[in-house]
Ligand binder design. Structure first.
Ligand SMILES: CC(=O)SCCNC(=O)CCNC(=O)[C@H](O)C(C)(C)COP(=O)(O)OP(=O)(O)OC[C@H]1O[C@@H](n2cnc3c(N)ncnc32)[C@H](O)[C@@H]1OP(=O)(O)O
Ligand SMILES: O=C([O-])CC(=O)C(=O)O
Length: 464
């Protein structure tokens, strides 16, 4: 088959064609791994064709300011699961959040998308059937148990150790049973890397609820962990492990939460870290442990904790039904003391984050008169103007973290230090999806060039 025919062939295997072919016999629907195995050869050809045609073309200039400025806007990474537009926000394989809410399979009686479906979409670019999603839920439930020594490791952590540190410790320790590390040690061929990477990724995702639940119950004294239920979906099981499955609205919130926090293209700290560490052929557990350490920073995933801490401090200082003027004064005092307003601003986005909007819509539906939700809305009307007046932030609008904590708090999950763990459960979907593709496409070791300030000066002085 010629290159072009192969690419055309891969495109023609769109969901509809594929679905139609298998519609006659539901039993023949491929599993996620089988579907990936079908997609990989054509995608390898697709990438070859892109490189053959465009490989020597330039995106544009790299400026010295970009080197000093956190590489903003530098085109440097391949990431297939999602692409971020500064104005519109995220699209998962071309689909907006409202598209996903409409198109992805849901739980029976539910109205939010299932994160299982989002993972399928991220990996394949295709919307799975209800049945494929159910199979994935079952598969993850079957893989959910964590080794006893990891349970002991978590149990021995002092309650004062931040839940994110406990989370990253436990995820790193899962590398003990890595299929990829074992296969590599046994001399697996490069072309087969993706298989054990897929298996590890599925194990990792499946085990995160038990890890998160155990940390939550240990740190906050919530008693014994229930067993995973194999007939329930991933979010229900996570809610159950945390002790909130009785509340169907909370389970729906988790489904939405895990879907929208999963992926935000490749350059954010957690995604890029996972990809970078994976490029050394560290297995998915090691790569994701590293990603979690990045997510635990206050300018990234920890901002969801910081928002709630900040809101509570604000309420402590100016009361629960404060006037706009009091809120304004509090925001200015935050800025004047050299701190950031958590939950506002973004490295790429220049408009309100659609993940914020999705959570606001959820709040309007489920908790419209909650006082903390009202405060979040009040702040939305105040902070952007102040950040614009302050004149530094390039984006004065709220990001995803400005809204998540208020929803969790409403349902009784008010332990703010735990919030980033939930973010970490979700982000595993996006990071592992790309790790699998990276290994399938033979992505090389990442190793960009660095310069010292002296070298930069010399380079341009010698050009004068
Ligand atoms: C899931 C996520 O990771 S979403 C982001 C979560 N993080 C937060 O919400 C923390 C608050 N926000 C911020 O700190 C920033 O907006 C970031 C880290 C998200 C993005 O940083 P950058 O891309 O560097 O933002 P930007 O180019 O607009 O920064 C320019 C200046 O404005 C400041 N600024 C940006 N956002 C804010 C903010 N929310 N409050 C106060 N100052 C801000 C920056 O600190 C920077 O100041 P400096 O020149 O003194 O260093
Ligand atoms: O894109 C970013 O830099 C940060 C972010 O919102 C995310 O990772 O979800």
């Amino acid at each position: 088959m010629s290159l072009r025919t192969a690419i055309r062939h891969s495109r023609s295997l769109s969901l509809s064609a594929f679905g139609a072919r298998f519609a006659s016999s539901a039993a023949k629907l491929p599993t996620l791994k089988e579907r990936l195995a079908q997609l990989i050869p054509a995608e390898i050809e697709n990438v070859k064709a892109i490189r053959a045609e465009h490989g020597k073309k330039a995106f544009g200039q790299v400026t010295v300011d970009q080197v000093y400025g956190g590489m903003r806007g530098l085109p440097a990474l391949l990431w297939d699961g999602s692409v971020l537009d500064a104005e519109e926000g995220i699209r998962f394989r071309g689909k907006t959040i409202p598209d996903c809410q409409q198109l992805l399979p849901k739980a029976i009686g539910g109205s939010e998308p299932l994160p299982e479906a989002l993972f399928w979409l991220l990996l394949t670019g295709e919307v799975p059937t209800q049945e494929q999603v159910q199979e994935l839920s079952k598969d993850w439930a079957a893989r959910a148990a964590i080794p006893e020594f990891v349970e002991e490791l978590i149990d021995r952590c002092p309650g004062t150790l931040h839940p994110m540190s406990q989370f990253s410790l436990a995820v790193t320790a899962l590398n003990h049973d890595s299929a990829f590390a074992k296969a590599y040690a046994e001399g697996i061929s490069k072309k087969d890397y993706w298989g054990p990477t897929f298996d590890d990724s599925m194990d990792l995702i499946a085990k995160l609820p038990n890890i998160a639940g155990r940390i939550y119950r240990n740190v906050y004294g919530r008693g014994k962990l229930p067993a995973i239920e194999s007939t329930k979906d991933y979010s229900w099981n996570l809610a159950n492990l945390l002790g909130f499955a009785d509340n169907e609205a909370f389970v729906e919130l988790l489904r939405l939460y895990l879907t929208i926090h999963s992926d935000h293209e490749g350059g954010n700290v957690s995604a890029h870290t996972g990809k970078l560490v994976g490029s050394a052929l560290s297995d998915p557990f090691l790569a994701y442990g590293a990603a979690l350490n990045g997510l635990a920073g206050p300018l990234h995933g920890l901002a969801n904790q910081e928002v709630l801490v900040w809101l509570r401090k604000m309420q402590g200082k100016i009361g629960v039904n404060a006037s706009d003027d009091d809120v304004k004064e509090y925001v200015w005092s935050t800025l004047k003391s050299g701190q950031v307003v958590p939950g506002y601003g973004h490295a790429v986005l220049r408009k309100t984050d659609p993940r914020y909007t999705a959570q606001r819509d959820f709040a309007l539906k489920h908790l419209p008169s909650d006082p903390l939700f009202r405060l979040v809305g009040q702040i939305y009307n105040i902070v952007p103007g102040i950040l614009l007046d302050a004149g530094k932030a390039k984006n004065p609008w709220p990001n995803v973290d400005a809204h998540s904590g208020v929803l969790l708090t409403y349902y009784g999950l008010d332990q703010m230090q735990f919030y980033t763990v939930l973010f970490g459960v979700s982000r595993a979907l996006g990071v592992t999806a790309q790790l699998i593709w990276d290994r399938a496409l033979g992505a090389p070791l990442e190793r960009p060039k660095s310069y010292s300030s002296t070298a930069i000066k010399h380079m341009f002085e010698s050009q004068k």
